[in-house]
Write a protein that binds this ligand. Structure first.
Ligand code: ADP
Ligand code: MP5
Length: 267
């Protein structure tokens, strides 16, 4: 068998298995690419929230990245929780020296409102990380934190996208998941505009949606799809995963990463 495309996630661990590295690797398996990971932080996390978080030393992050990229090679990289300014800057430097598209999910806070990025790291995200992103995928809270643009409606998403593009990513996806009505995301590079619309799933088990979307984009890019096709296919994957998200624990359960594998009616 020939090797599948290789995708690397640089992100934090979610012990509950719904978001972070665990969501990324499950998404990659479901989409038929070889998933690899550089761990940036460990969280004690479950359906109720984040009970603790511990960052890895910057040398440990650099060493994992070099081990993977120098031997195995990557066709796409996805970044998630980066925790501190020091880690943001180290990862931005590593991405700048890698010849593969980078999907940057500028993770700020968890669904429960727990901080996953220090406030002091925001400036490094703006000036170091976003300029090396092929696609940036902020949610509305992250857009607010990074640009100051508050999005309350679809027209505001255009202004938010323009403000994000000023930091230098090639493309931006403004995720409208937190608005009401249809789940609408705006993908743009400043000249093309693609509105990606899916019916809102009436399901509170949405833990990991952002990580899943970004990893799916990276997986489709690694398979050779251009950005608009990759983001459209990733939106279809996350919508299906959300539709069959399930209860686990006493709070917000995970999306179902395996839904696309079970479409043929198996177990
Ligand atoms: N209830 C929902 N129904 C359908 N799609 C949703 C729903 N909530 C979020 N999404 C979609 O999931 C993806 C992740 O968005 P969002 O939940 O806003 O990100 P994050 O996890 O970073 O907060 C987006 O494509 C968004 O439109
Ligand atoms: C380690 C880690 N990384 C990212 C998220 C964000 O995921 P979500 O916004 O879906 O809660 C998370 N909760 N934990």
């Amino acid at each position: 068998m020939t090797a599948p495309p290789r995708v690397l996630t640089v992100a934090g661990s979610d012990s509950g298995g719904g978001a972070g590295i665990q969501a990324d690797l499950k998404t990659m398996l479901a989409l038929g690419v070889h998933g690899m990971s550089v761990l940036t932080a460990v969280t004690a996390q479950n359906s109720l929230g984040v009970q603790g978080a511990w960052e890895l030393p910057v040398e440990a992050v650099r060493a994992q990245y070099r081990s993977v990229v120098d031997d195995i090679g990557v066709q796409a990289v996805k970044t998630g929780m980066l925790s501190s300014a020091e880690l943001v800057e180290a990862v931005a430097d590593l991405l700048a020296g890698t010849d593969a598209p980078a999907v940057v999910d500028p993770v700020g806070v968890s669904k429960h409102g727990d901080a996953l990025l220090a406030a002091s790291a925001l400036d490094s995200v703006r000036t170091k990380l976003l300029p090396v992103a092929t696609v940036a995928t902020p949610n509305l809270d992250e857009v607010g934190q990074l640009t100051g643009v508050r999005v309350g409606s679809e027209p505001d998403m255009r202004r938010a996208a323009a403000a994000m593009l000023e930091f230098g990513p090639r493309w931006v996806v403004i995720k409208g998941g937190h608005l009401s009505g249809d789940a609408v995301d705006l993908l743009t590079d400043g000249s093309e505009e693609h509105w990606l619309r899916a019916p809102r799933q009436d399901n509170r088990h949405t833990h990991g949606t952002g990580c899943t979307l970004a990893s799916a984009i990276a997986s489709y890019l690694a398979k050779g799809h251009p950005v608009p096709e990759a983001v459209t296919a990733a939106k279809t994957y996350v919508t299906g995963a959300l539709a069959s998200g399930f209860a686990l624990g006493g709070g917000i359960g995970p999306v179902d990463h395996g839904w696309a594998l079970r479409r043929d009616g198996e177990g």
